[in-house]
Design a protein around this ligand. Structure first.
Ligand SMILES: [Zn+2]
Length: 271
C-alpha cells in the first residue's frame, strides 16, 4: 500500500524543502491544536467522539475481523475449517512466495481500510500503538524467532511528502512490545513505483520488480539473520515478495512478513 500517491505530492516536491516543510509542519500543528481544543477526536471509522484516545471507538475495534488459526501455515490466510497443523493453502503450493511465512492481525475490510487510511493520510499516528499491539499478537511466533524487524521502505520522495513511513512507525510500535530491534536503512527503495491500485497480480509483481535493494555496505546487517518485514497492508503480496527476494539475495537466513491487515477472499478451504 506504499504505492498510493497523491497528485499534491508532485506540487510539494517543487517547493524549497526546508521552508515548505517548516511552514506545513507549523500550520498543521497549529490547526491540530486548535481543533483538539474545539472538538474531541473522532473515531476514524464511525465518526463517534473518542473519549480515551484509543484511536478507534470501542465498538469499531470490536468490529475489526481478527485473523486467527486455523490458517495456512505459509500465507496466514484463514481456513474455513481446521485441516490440522502445518497444512498449506492451494495458493501457497501453486505459487510459493519468496518469504517464508506471512501473518496479519486483521482482514482488510471497510473498518480496517478506514483505520489504515486515517493512520496513513490523516496524521493519526495515535493509532500506531493499538495497531502494533494487534500485530505483535498475530506475529508472536515469528517475532519469537526473529533477530530484527525491517519496515518496508518508502521511496525518499514519498517519505518526504508524507513525512513518515507508516511501516516504520508500526515496526517501532511492535518493537516496543516484542523487544525485537528495528533495522532501519538496510533495505532501500531504489525506484519509486507507480500506484498499484487497479493492477492485476502479474502487473503488480512487474511494477515493483527491482524496486528494492540491499546496498553492499549494508549486507553485513542482513547476512545470516532472521528478519521480519513489516507493512500496513498486504494486497497481492508483490511488494513484500520483492523485498524478501532482495534480502535473501543479500544473505538473510530467513524472511517472514507481518502486516496489520491483509486482503482475504471470502471463503478459503485447505487442499
Ligand atoms: Zn467507531
Amino acid at each position: 500500500m506504499n504505492e498510493l500517491i497523491s497528485a499534491s505530492q508532485d506540487k510539494a516536491e517543487n517547493l524549497a524543502p526546508s521552508r515548505f516543510t517548516q511552514f506545513r509542519g507549523g500550520l498543521r500543528a497549529v490547526l491540530r491544536a486548535a481543533l483538539d481544543i474545539a472538538l474531541p477526536p473522532l473515531c476514524p471509522s464511525c465518526r463517534a467522539p473518542l473519549g480515551d484516545g484509543a484511536g478507534l471507538c470501542a465498538a469499531c475495534w470490536s468490529k475489526l475481523s481478527l485473523i486467527e488459526p486455523p490458517y495456512c501455515a505459509r500465507l496466514g490466510i484463514p481456513f474455513a475449517y481446521d485441516p490440522g497443523p502445518g497444512l498449506l493453502s492451494m495458493e501457497a503450493i501453486a505459487n510459493p512466495p519468496a518469504y517464508d511465512r506471512a501473518r496479519a492481525a486483521v482482514r482488510y475490510d471497510d473498518i480496517a481500510r478506514q483505520l489504515v487510511m486515517s493512520f496513513k493520510y490523516a496524521d493519526r499516528l495515535d493509532l500506531a500503538p493499538m495497531m502494533g499491539q494487534r500485530m505483535a499478537r498475530a506475529g508472536r511466533e515469528l517475532l519469537g524467532q526473529a533477530d530484527a524487524l525491517l519496515p518496508v521502505p518508502l521511496h525518499w520522495r514519498r517519505l518526504w511528502a508524507r513525512r513518515f513511513n507508516q511501516s516504520a512507525t508500526l515496526a517501532r510500535a511492535i518493537s516496543d512490545i516484542a523487544g525485537v530491534p528495528v533495522l532501519h536503512g538496510a533495505l532501500k527503495r531504489v525506484r519509486a513505483t507507480p500506484q498499484q491500485v487497479g493492477l492485476s497480480k502479474t502487473e503488480r509483481a512487474d511494477n515493483v520488480q527491482g524496486a528494492f535493494r540491499v546496498l553492499a555496505e549494508e549486507k553485513p546487517q542482513v547476512a545470516g539473520r532472521r528478519l521480519v518485514l513489516s507493512d500496513d497492508v498486504l494486497t497481492s503480496g508483490a511488494t513484500v515478495d520483492t523485498c524478501a527476494r532482495a534480502l535473501l539475495r543479500a544473505g538473510a537466513a530467513h524472511v517472514d512478513v507481518l502486516v496489520f491487515a491483509r486482503v482475504v477472499a471470502p471463503v478459503r478451504t485447505p487442499i
